[in-house]
Design a protein around this ligand. Structure first.
Ligand SMILES: Cc1cc2nc3c(=O)[nH]c(=O)nc-3n(C[C@H](O)[C@H](O)[C@H](O)COP(=O)(O)OP(=O)(O)OC[C@H]3O[C@@H](n4cnc5c(N)ncnc54)[C@H](O)[C@@H]3O)c2cc1C
Length: 596
């Protein structure tokens, strides 16, 4: 049986202690936000995750979605769960109060997203895409479209999708063929086929609002000729209810490795009525609002699954009796000790824990920046936060999801054969954790985004938003009695990152293949340093608070031990990554294609 309890204590640590939630209240729209209010929202979200979403995670995986004659049914219990979720106002949590939203900041919303993903990743995709659609329309829609659609996306009676992928184009959207023909009334007729569309058809909401990339008749080739359109499944009637059926048909659903309760649909658009979002041929630009929202959310999908896998594995490791501790029996009564006594099992548990808590802390920093970017009254502060988010988005997406898959895999290993069979529900996490590495731009594409677009942008302005605070922290704490020993490995890894950055900047300018060859290792190196920075800061706080912690001493001791593990056993990978980056493209590109 799957177990999951939202890690509320760690979430509070990230939100209130590490990223100082009290400062949130200085942002416009957050004045009423108190620690008590935030905690009670998190507790209520945890209750929904535990009581409503977790119980249908394994059964949803077992049953999957059903397709018949264009109609898609979600597995048993999903409709009821969605109704509870919607009626509880969870679709509206971070939306604009002007459209019925609750206006909570992303710092809180992202923790709730993590809980939903941990409890039921398949379920999370339905409201997750709707939230992306809401943000897209809110940022780029006309007043008329906003008035017609936003309230329904916010209250969750309608849901959203993003329709980019076609059979012949996934990463390379410049090749897409779906067409949009202008109509005299200002609308468009959309025709074409999309594949792999999450939540493209389902039975949870009364209408589905698709955000579709398509080409105008006279559009230039490539990504510069793509426009974005809003295409509803049902055309809203005057009273705001779903009216006539639009020309969008679900022709099949995919049978896949994981997230089986998430409907992944093939959609055909046949002269479907649509309305343009943003300017003609500027669709990719507009779509990036939704894509960037989803990329951060996909990172949190990984984090949630990894946390759930960790909790199962930790519990199992304390219960499963096999072998004796190397230093002599720890539980002489029973015939064997629990497997948590074995260093190799500890290695696996500590690795997952260090990665999960590190990612949660880093996600909290990015979420805080989202709030600042959206709400700060000061343009320069907003711009700095935007630059930081732009830099970190590919890292959150790719690092979190890579580590999540590794974590779920380690969790299965901790269960041994009992993890490989289905009974404990642990193998589902491996299957579910695989897709976040692929969709929303593969992790390879994220790495290319980091080295190609973010690294050199504006003479390093993006980079400085990260490098400066890390350098300042190291300078201030390298000689600390309490945490100096943990800061030194960070300083070393940061040095490697700086050298790697300079090397890629130089060699990549000379030869773009050099940047491409270094990209994935560079993203991992960057991510490890970012996690190292989070762990150093967490250790500093824990060391400060431990002496007066009383009942919480165990929590802070756990933080210090995990920080030490990260610095000593994970962060040194930075050296090996730097070695690979330094080697350049040579061996990678040398072999003749025919020899593969
Ligand atoms: C379950 C599921 C749900 C999905 N949901 C949606 C959705 O809701 N909406 C939607 O529009 N799409 C969705 N997708 C599609 C998904 O985003 C694409 O599968 C993904 O972007 C990769 O495209 P592709 O599969 O065509 O792979 P390809 O683009 O063919 O890539 C194949 C491999 O080549 C690599 N590659 C390609 N180009 C480059 C390059 N320039 N440099 C380096 N490496 C490169 C890739 O990293 C990858 O390893 C979903 C897919 C799945 C499986």
């Amino acid at each position: 049986m799957q177990v999951y309890k939202a890690p509320l204590r760690d979430m509070r640590f990230v939100l209130h202690e590490l990223h100082d939630s009290a400062a949130l209240a200085s942002l416009p729209g957050c004045e009423e936000l108190s620690q008590e209010l935030i905690d009670s929202v998190l507790e209520e979200a945890a209750r929904i995750a535990h009581e409503v979403l977790l119980p249908i995670n394994a059964s949803g995986d077992e049953e999957g979605c059903h397709y018949e004659n264009g109609v898609v049914r979600t597995p048993k219990g999903f409709r009821e769960a969605y109704a509870t979720f919607r009626d509880g106002g969870w679709t509206a949590i971070a939306c604009d109060p002007a459209y019925g939203g609750q206006g909570l900041p992303e710092s809180v919303n992202k923790l709730i997203e993590e809980m939903i993903c941990a409890a039921n990743l398949s379920f999370s995709l339905y409201p997750g895409l709707s939230y992306g659609a809401y943000r897209e329309l809110h940022a780029h829609g006309t007043d008329e479209l906003k008035a017609r659609y936003l309230g329904k996306l916010v209250d969750g009676t309608w849901s959203g999708t993003m329709c980019l992928t076609e059979a012949h184009c996934g990463s390379d959207l410049g090749m897409l063929r779906t067409r949009a023909v202008p109509q005299p009334d200002g609308s468009y007729r959309i025709s074409g086929s999309k594949i792999f569309i999450s939540s493209g058809e389902h039975d949870l909401t009364e209408n589905i609002i698709h955000f579709v990339l398509a080409r105008l008749p006279d559009a230039p080739a490539g990504t510069k000729g793509i426009s974005l359109f809003l295409v509803p499944k049902f055309l809203p009637s005057e009273d705001g209810r779903p009216g006539a059926r639009n020309g969008v048909i679900c022709t099949a659903i995919e049978h896949k490795m994981g997230i089986k309760a998430s409907a992944t649909c093939q959609l055909t658009f046949e002269d479907a009525a649509g309305w343009m979002i943003g300017a003609p041929n500027q669709g990719m630009r507009a779509m990036f609002t939704m894509m960037n929202t989803e990329r951060l959310s996909v990172g949190l999908q990984g984090l949630g699954v990894a946390e759930a896998a960790y909790q199962g594995a930790a519990l199992y490791a304390k219960e499963r009796l096999q072998g004796r501790a190397l230093g002599g029996a720890k539980s002489p009564g029973p015939a064997a000790d629990p497997i948590i006594v074995h260093p190799d099992v500890r290695r696996m548990l500590m690795t997952i824990r260090a990665n999960v808590e590190g990612c949660r802390a880093l996600g909290g920093w990015v979420a805080r920046s989202l709030d600042v970017a959206e709400r700060s009254a000061d343009p320069a502060t907003r711009e700095e936060a935007e630059n930081f988010i732009a830099l970190m988005t590919p890292i959150v997406k790719a690092l979190f999801t890579d580590l999540a898959f590794d974590s779920a895999n380690l969790a299965v290993q901790i269960y041994g054969g009992h993890g490989y069979i289905r009974d404990h529900g642990i193998e589902q996490y491996v299957r579910d954790a695989r897709i976040p590495m692929i969709y929303e731009g593969t992790n390879g594409i994220q790495a290319m985004d980091l080295v190609g677009r973010k690294l050199g942008a504006h003479n390093g302005r993006y980079l400085r938003t990260f490098f400066h605070p890390v350098a300042a922290f190291i300078a201030a704490h390298r000689d600390d009695a309490a945490i100096g020993a943990l800061v030194k490995p960070l300083e070393k890894a940061f040095g490697a990152l700086q050298l790697a950055t300079a090397q890629i900047a130089q060699s990549g300018l000379r030869d773009p293949e050099e940047a491409g060859a270094a990209a994935s290792e560079y993203l991992r190196l960057f991510g490890l340093v970012a996690l190292g920075f989070m762990w150093a800061r967490a250790a500093q706080l824990a060391a400060e608070r431990l002496p007066q912690a009383d009942g919480e001493a165990g929590f802070y001791r756990g933080k210090l031990a995990t920080a030490q593990f990260f610095m000593e056993r994970i962060l040194p990978q930075a050296g090996a990554l730097f070695g690979a980056i330094k080697a350049g493209k040579g061996a990678m590109m040398a072999m003749d294609e025919a020899l593969f």
